[in-house]
Write a protein that binds this ligand. Structure first.
Ligand SMILES: [Fe+2]
Length: 453
């Protein structure tokens, strides 16, 4: 792995001002960065005394003994150790942010579902209060499975911070821009970008432009990684250099501050008298990062047929079973369709994996109607799905000339576990009540006579 040094791009927060982003390129690199010159010890992790009177502290994202290729940790040099960033924990209620297992008596998740975009209500909401869980799968206490959320954020967190012990968050903005001020630096994201917030990382979320809406995949399991490319080789799909992690930035601010913690599906608050974003320097490979989805280089069919959608995987979070992901994050973006004598959209199928899709912008080719930007759909474990009638007619009658799919970006969170609807998704969110009607007019064409029909 490369080592990145960012001392030429120092970012220091004034005691009463905001901190700004700066980035280092690469995926899973062994990064090093310091916001003050000489704050990062050289040649060792834990000297007897650290420069500037900082405390040395390790943040372990994997077990100490995880294999080298999976082992992730970062060393932080901070104004106070994290034990000063928590006091007594008091339970709080966030009834719309749910965790697996979330089984509701009388509520079935057996079906194909689609929702219109969730609209802002006029209510003032921040990153914590604006999270709306749609589905969950697996078991958060077993560190296996996931949850999908939609966030509606209108306001920045003020002297308020958050961290989750339950998993990493994959953030997919759909409208508006957010700033994640984290312990390890600052990340700005907007539509057509994603951000990853690791398990245990403390951060505050600010609204750059809003109101903001987007999708979140909460990954309880093993961390997201780049998929193997197999015969594709060393390039294309998501390239490591297009991932950006933040340079060190810190706040030295004394003010009453609230820290909210998500732990085993429960929420607690604790009060401290300063900002916990006080890491002046750090090194390691456990860090938040962002990625511009417009840099994703799709690979597909150049003669006939449609490959499995796994060809569009951006990130994969493995499970214990090889090739069977806890979560795949899959991207359907602009690309050329050139296949000859082929049904070009995704084919009809049933899948042991369960598929949750969201539309970031534009028109998705298999669902030209009803799946608008901001919409979600769920095709659960072994539930049949595929192109709607309109897409089928177009795909079977169109002249098969090269066609560029433009102005389109949708994604999928695909998990090995069946996804359970939350009461919010089933009863409050704008579910399309007759979604199955999109396939109902696919009539029988077979009449026993040969020939293409
Ligand atoms: Fe599918």
């Amino acid at each position: 792995m490369n080592t990145q040094r960012s001392s030429d791009a120092l970012v220091r927060a004034p005691s009463n001002g905001s901190i700004t982003p700066g980035y280092m390129p690469g995926f899973g690199n062994d990064f090093e960065t310091e916001a003050l010159p000489g704050a990062l010890p050289q040649g060792q992790n834990s000297p007897q005394k650290c420069g500037y009177g900082l405390y040395a502290e390790q943040l372990s994202g994997t077990a100490f003994t995880a294999p080298r290729g999976q082992n992730e940790r970062s060393w932080c040099y901070r104004i106070r150790p994290s034990v000063r960033h928590v006091n007594a924990f008091t339970p709080i209620e966030l009834p719309l942010w749910r965790s697996a297992p979330c089984l509701t008596p009388g509520l079935s998740s057996l079906g194909q579902y689609r929702w219109d975009p969730l609209e802002h209500s006029g209510e003032s909401l921040n990153w914590i209060t604006g999270m709306r869980t749609m589905t969950s799968a697996g078991d958060v206490t077993l560190q296996s499975g996931m949850a999908s959320h939609i966030y509606l954020v209108t306001h920045s967190m003020q002297d308020e911070y958050f961290f989750s012990a339950d998993g990493e968050l994959l953030v997919v903005p759909q409208e508006g821009e957010l700033r994640f001020c984290t312990e390890l630096g600052v990340i700005d994201v907007g539509p057509q970008e994603i951000a990853i917030l690791p398990r245990g990382l403390v951060y505050r979320v600010e609204v750059i432009s809003g109101p903001a809406r987007g999708f979140v995949c909460e990954n309880y399991g093993q961390k997201f990684d780049l998929p193997n490319r197999g015969p594709i080789g060393a390039n294309c799909l998501a390239n490591p250099r297009d991932f950006k992690c933040p340079v060190a930035a810190f706040e030295d601010r004394d003010a009453p501050s609230r820290v909210v913690i998500k732990w085993c599906g429960t929420f607690h608050e604790t009060w401290i008298d300063h900002s916990p974003l006080d890491v002046v320097a750090w090194h390691g490979n456990y860090c938040p990062y962002k990625y511009d989805l417009r840099t994703y280089s799709p690979v597909g069919a150049i003669l006939f047929d449609h490959p499995d959608p796994s060809i569009f995987t951006v990130l994969t979070a493995p499970s214990g079973q090889e090739g069977t992901a806890n979560i795949d994050f899959v991207l359907f973006r602009e690309r050329w369709l050139v296949a000859e004598n082929s049904f070009r959209p995704p084919w009809y199928h049933k899948n042991v994996m369960s598929e949750l899709m969201g539309n970031i912008y534009g028109v998705y080719d298999a669902k030209p109607d009803g799946f608008m930007p901001g919409s979600m759909s769920l095709h659960n474990c072994m539930l049949p799905h595929g192109p709607d009638r309109q897409a089928f007619d177009h795909a079977t009658e169109e002249a098969l000339v090269p066609e560029r799919l433009s102005e389109t970006m949708s994604f999928m969170f695909e998990t090995r576990f069946p996804q359970q609807l939350t009461p919010f998704a089933a009863q409050e969110a704008p579910m399309q009540q007759d979604y199955q009607a999109v396939w109902r007019t696919l009539e029988k064409k077979f009449d026993g006579t040969p020939g293409l029909k």
